[in-house]
Write a protein that binds this ligand. Structure first.
Ligand SMILES: [Zn+2]
Length: 512
């Protein structure tokens, strides 16, 4: 059977009431770790075992591992910079997959992989309408967007004036108008620095924005308080300053201190965890150990890693300063896009290489982060698709986390200076199936504030993935045997069986 296109509306191949019999269930929210049981489904939802099971079609799931559908809480799948990324995308590599797929291919590939929810983590407020138009044709997966509302000139002016009520009002209006899920900030105040000619040079959280008394730390503080006042389901989503720069681990550490005791989500921490003053073999390296120590002791903070995996991809960010710095460092042609009074973005192709000092460090630092996080409920699996790697590489990442000998083999191939100095050489931890289930579904659903996702209890959306168990975790997770979305069989052995359009998650803003 050939895969369907996004606009094909195949009839569902599932009935409305059925029971998946005898699967080996991983449902961390309900503390079920490899329990053989049945999953009852009615009207697209998981239900309790009915008193009268007649009328439920029985579907055999014996021998298969059952997990909730995957939740990707930090990806880039729609909007202006993704469209630019498609144009700048290098030719499809091995396996024929383009680094930045079309919107139709994106949904089908997520579905075939067993993912049923994705959030685009950076949509400019002025581009929200266009992004929703595009996302309206994203097949299968449910979706939502985080709005880059902290770049809005009026928000910055209100924060500079110390008017927290106005900041809250403006962000609430932006989230309502843009149908956002939360507020994202990409380099707080960074676009101000960028427009005033401070192109890519270091500034810390306490350097005032050009012409203002407001600092990036002050802006973070205002945005975090406003998101909490609005009671948005997901915390302020923070991509902090100095992304990609040597020595930036201190900026991430200061960012955590700024939110001392309050909730915040830290995006793609891998790109913010570097030591050193330059890109040299002796000083550039990993700042993960002290950062993870602070993170582990800060229960209000959650994170995703933004893992780098080797190969060709496209970098795209709402952080124009970081994009300019990367373009200058790599020398590749790039696109810078200015959104007038509401931010900007930069986009360029990138090839991550095992023998590159910087890329090997990025790979090792991302893995070190996952392996030093004490509580996987506060972390989400991500490659910051497509920045660190394609989301189709998630099974490879899961194997790197869950198979220490495999990780050691990969480690032996990277740049020798990194092998010599990375703490990864000494870390033997392996993620269990249950922990991988937390990292890819249960935790991102909870962190994103989705109560009907990431678990298999009554009331959950019937997003269920059945895997064939295998000692090869990459093989196991790459091609699920069956994927159900809201009770509809959408994929089977990598083939699309139905392509219904999923729901849009938009936050109901609390009027205060
Ligand atoms: Zn991102």
């Amino acid at each position: 059977m050939t895969p369907l296109h996004a606009d094909d509306r195949a009839p569902t191949t599932s009935t409305d009431r059925f029971v998946l019999r005898g699967g080996t269930i991983h449902d961390p929210l309900h503390d079920r770790d490899g329990v053989v049981d049945d999953i009852w489904i009615e009207g697209g939802k998981i239900v309790a075992r009915p008193a009268d099971p007649s009328g439920f079609v029985s579907v055999d799931a014996a021998g298969l591992v059952a997990m909730p559908g995957g939740v990707d809480l930090h990806s880039h799948v729609a909007g202006p910079k993704v469209c630019i990324g498609r144009r700048l995308s290098p030719p499809a590599g091995r396996g024929g997959r383009a680094p930045v797929p079309t919107i139709g291919a994106t949904g089908l590939a997520y579905a075939a992989l067993g993912y049923t929810t994705v959030f685009d983590a950076a949509i400019a407020t002025g581009a929200a309408g266009l992004a929703h138009l595009e996302l309206a044709s994203l097949p299968v997966v449910d979706k939502g967007i985080y709005l880059l509302a902290g770049d809005d000139a009026r928000v910055i002016d209100a924060a500079a004036a110390g008017d927290s009520a106005a900041v809250t009002r403006l962000l609430g209006a932006a989230v309502t108008a843009g149908r956002g899920w939360t507020v994202k900030v990409a380099n707080p105040g960074g676009n101000r620095f960028w427009r005033h000619g401070r192109r890519g040079d270091h500034h810390d959280l306490d350097t005032p924005l050009p012409g203002l008394a407001l600092t990036p730390r002050g802006l973070l503080d205002h945005l975090g308080l406003a998101v909490d006042a609005l009671a948005l389901p997901h915390a302020l989503h923070v991509h902090t300053a100095n992304l990609g720069l040597p020595g930036n681990w201190r900026t991430l550490d200061e960012t955590m201190r700024t939110f001392d005791g309050r909730r915040v989500h830290l995006a793609h921490v891998q790109f913010h965890s570097y030591t050193g003053g330059d890109l040299d073999e002796e000083s550039f390296g990993s700042g993960v150990e002290p950062l993870a120590e602070r993170f582990n002791a800060s229960p209000g903070i959650t994170l995703d890693v933004g893992q780098v995996l080797f190969g060709d991809t496209v970098a795209m960010t709402g952080d124009s300063e970081a994009a300019a710095h990367l373009a200058r460092t790599t020398g590749v042609p790039w696109v810078s896009h200015d959104q007038h009074l509401s931010g900007g973005c930069g986009v360029m192709p990138i090839r991550y290489r095992e023998k590159s000092l910087v890329h090997a460090w990025q790979w090792a630092i991302g893995l070190e982060w996952y392996l030093r996080v004490a509580d996987p409920w506060r972390a989400a699996l991500s490659t910051d698709h497509p920045n660190g790697a394609h989301f189709l590489a998630y099974p490879l990442l899961m194997k790197l986390l869950g198979d220490e000998p495999f990780r050691r083999e990969a480690f032996a191939r990277i740049h020798p200076a990194v092998r010599r100095r990375s703490a990864l050489a000494e870390i033997r931890r392996e993620y269990s199936l249950q922990e991988l289930c937390i990292l890819t579904r249960a935790a991102p659903a909870r962190i994103a504030g989705l109560h009907d996702k990431g678990h298999l209890g009554p009331g959950a959306d019937a997003d269920v993935v059945l895997y064939r168990p295998s000692p090869d975790l990459e093989r196991m997770f790459a091609v699920p045997a069956r994927v159900y979305k809201a009770g509809v069989l959408v994929a089977e052995d990598g083939e699309i069986r139905a392509a219904p359009i999923g729901a849009t998650h938009a936050a109901a803003v609390c009027a205060g």
